[in-house]
Design a protein around this ligand. Structure first.
Ligand SMILES: [Mg+2]
Length: 263
């Protein structure tokens, strides 16, 4: 199989392996084929690797926590790495807040040195006002991911962290912030360091040219786009596994070569 060429497959989650709370066609087959060569690289900022692993197992997708690289958890790891025990305000899920405490970060809404914005389903007028005040008092902003939405079940859109960031930017034009999720290189670089492999040994699989494609392009990682929309390399994971490539003018149809997204 053409995928045998790659030591590690970095697959996106939403829109690739799951839609809402259902596996996509071919998701189980990809996991069964790739085994421990598969890592999920996702802009998910709601779950920790542990909580997501449990949730995926319930729908038959068995991926261990250390194979789940998630934007929210990576943002917490990044902050804990650069400034252990630093005071931080977190706008995100309970799981992300608990994870930060577990890694030694100190929660402080009064004088945080950093504000971490993740997918915060409790976002409100009051919370927006608090974030703006914290940043104006000097806190730096770290944003788990810039996605405005992600695909949900039945063609729905799930509101994402980027939409919340847009509200903050409306109040603070010219705001500086550090993005963690794709297309930022932070998650890719963390995994490359951990696995000690070169970019040539990786294949990225995604459904979003702006995040999956662009993130891979920045590091020179080959990327294939999969899904029912226009401009994809494969119509789904099943066709990707069997090498049944859609006709594109950028490479050999049906061949073993992934499209390198060019900017
Ligand atoms: Mg996706």
């Amino acid at each position: 199989m053409w995928l045998d060429h790659y030591r590690v497959l970095l697959c996106d989650l939403d829109g690739c392996l799951v839609l809402g709370d259902r596996p996509t066609p071919g998701a189980r087959e990809l996991i069964a084929y790739a085994g421990d060569r598969l890592f999920i690289l996702s802009n998910n900022s709601t779950d920790t690797p542990e909580s997501l692993s449990i949730r995926l197992a319930r729908i038959g997708l068995v991926v261990p926590p250390n194979h789940l690289i998630l934007a929210g958890a990576t943002a917490v790891q990044h902050l804990a790495g650069i400034a252990p025990a630093t005071p931080i305000a977190i706008y995100g899920s309970r799981a992300i807040v608990d994870y930060a405490v577990k890694l030694g970060l100190r929660l402080d809404d009064e004088h945080p040195h950093h504000v971490l914005l993740a997918r915060d389903v409790r976002f409100s007028y009051a919370r927006l006002g608090r974030i703006v005040a914290q940043i104006m008092r000097g806190a730096s902003l770290v944003v788990s991911n810039l996605d405005l939405t992600h695909p949900g079940a039945g063609g729905s859109s799930v509101v994402e962290t980027g939409a919340l960031l847009a509200a903050i930017q409306a109040c603070l034009p010219g705001l500086n912030y550090l993005p963690i999720g794709k297309p930022s290189s932070v998650m890719y670089e963390a995994l490359l360091r951990r696995l000690a492999i070169s970019v040539d040994e990786l294949l990225a699989i995604g459904d979003n040219p702006a995040t999956d494609g662009e993130g891979a392009r920045r590091l020179g990682i080959r990327c294939v786009l999969v899904g029912p929309r226009d401009g994809m390399d494969y119509s789904g994971l099943g066709d990707m596994l069997s090498g049944k490539r859609l006709l594109r003018d950028s490479g050999p149809a049906g061949g073993p070569f992934a499209t390198l997204i060019r900017g």
